[in-house]
Design a protein around this ligand. Structure first.
Ligand SMILES: [Zn+2]
Length: 69
């Protein structure tokens, strides 16, 4: 199964923790913020939050932020 960026629809690594490619992520949040988000996602995964669906909730909020820009 191939994951796709929610913004530009380009294919991204299926192991990526967020549904946004690096290019769009940096365009939206800036490189520093994007890396911080990735770090947060990694931390959440390590804590097992990933399996409880919290990541999708976070992704939804990030999408909202993008729409408001
Ligand atoms: Zn993209």
């Amino acid at each position: 199964m191939v994951k796709k960026c929610v913004y530009c629809k380009s294919e991204i690594d299926e192991k990526s923790l967020i549904d946004v490619c690096k290019r769009c992520g940096i365009a939206v949040w800036g490189e520093k913020m994007f890396n911080a988000i990735l770090n947060n996602m990694e931390a959440a995964k390590d804590e097992g939050i990933y399996d409880q669906g919290s990541i999708s909730t976070k992704s939804f909020k990030l999408s909202d932020k993008f729409t408001n820009l």
